[in-house]
Design a protein around this ligand. Structure first.
Ligand SMILES: NC(=O)c1ccc[n+]([C@@H]2O[C@H](COP(=O)([O-])OP(=O)(O)OC[C@H]3O[C@@H](n4cnc5c(N)ncnc54)[C@H](O)[C@@H]3O)[C@@H](O)[C@H]2O)c1
Length: 260
């Protein structure tokens, strides 16, 4: 059973005035909530999304600015202003198909957006963070960075790769005041999930309600979708002073999924 949306108050006290942040995929869903949360904490946020109009709308609300970039385009990623204190690698997409039918170009595209782009952004952002002696890399991974599901070869591969990248950056950044962590949500109430419900229904040959109850929430102990704002509140905590010792971690926000 899917619960109604729950209200998520800002409980983390964090002052990010004077900090700059970049959020990929900030035009929608989790990225939007992250950009708004960082903006509310006082950071100047650069909202990056292939959907420029959506990015502009979020930037206006967050008090930041927007760039329209397709993150699969390495040259365009390299043109982004990455002199920022906080990088949130969030942009992602899903493709559902059995491995033997998985389109090769779709697999490659997903690796470019969800692994190569975070690498390119991090490698160019680190010198600025090292110079300031402070930085936060927050990678929006997934429960699928820790566990697999059938029909999601590209997504599960990409998220597992992001986990590895995050840990390496944590080790290298530690001496410079830079932490790198993954947040690992189960199913969050966003457009990505709405489209997956339809895709999964087609792949499994079942109805949408059954997908939510029997597939999406089957492995979670808490039977509701997560709100994007719950993910953003954890991001706020990771940017706060008491979180300075948290690095190289993968923080499950999965309603007990990985407890199984
Ligand atoms: N929704 C979930 O249940 C869930 C669960 C775990 C992890 N995640 C992860 O959270 C992240 C955000 O997901 P969401 O549910 O908010 O998705 P969403 O579809 O609501 O938003 C994704 C945003 O990324 C942008 N984007 C996609 N491909 C891009 C590209 N090539 N270049 C630039 N921008 C691009 C889209 O335009 C969109 O604004 C993803 O990495 C996803 O894997 C989502």
């Amino acid at each position: 059973m899917t619960a109604e949306p729950v209200a998520v108050p800002h409980v983390v006290q964090v002052d990010l005035a004077g900090r700059t942040a970049l959020v990929t995929g900030g035009g929608s869903g989790i990225g939007r909530a992250c950009a708004l949360r960082l903006g509310a904490a006082g950071a100047k946020v650069l909202v990056v999304d292939r959907n420029l109009e959506a990015a502009k709308a979020v930037a206006a609300e967050a008090g930041g600015r927007a760039e329209g970039v397709d993150l699969s385009d390495a040259a365009a990623v390299d043109r982004l202003d990455v002199d920022v204190d906080i990088v949130v690698n969030n942009a992602g997409l899903q493709h559902v198909a059995p491995v033997q039918d998985f389109p090769v170009e779709r697999f490659e595209y997903i690796q470019r957006v969800m692994v190569e782009a975070p690498f390119l952004l991090i490698r160019r952002a680190l010198p600025h963070m090292y110079a300031r002696g402070w930085g936060r890399i927050v990678n929006i991974s997934s429960v699928h960075g820790l566990r697999a599901s059938p029909y999601k070869a590209a997504y599960v591969s990409a998220k597992h790769a992001l986990e590895g990248l995050s840990k390496v950056v944590a080790l290298e950044g530690a001496a410079h005041g830079v932490t790198a962590n993954c947040i690992n949500p189960a199913y969050v109430r966003t457009a990505l999930v709405e489209s997956q419900i339809a895709d999964q229904a087609a792949s499994h040959g079942i109805g949408a309600d059954e997908v939510i109850e029997k597939i999406m929430l089957a492995r979670a102990a808490i039977k509701r979708l997560i709100e994007p704002e719950e993910v953003a509140e954890l991001l706020a905590y990771l940017c706060s002073p008491p979180a300075a010792f948290i690095t190289g971690a993968s923080i499950a926000l999965d309603g007990g999924w990985t407890a199984n």
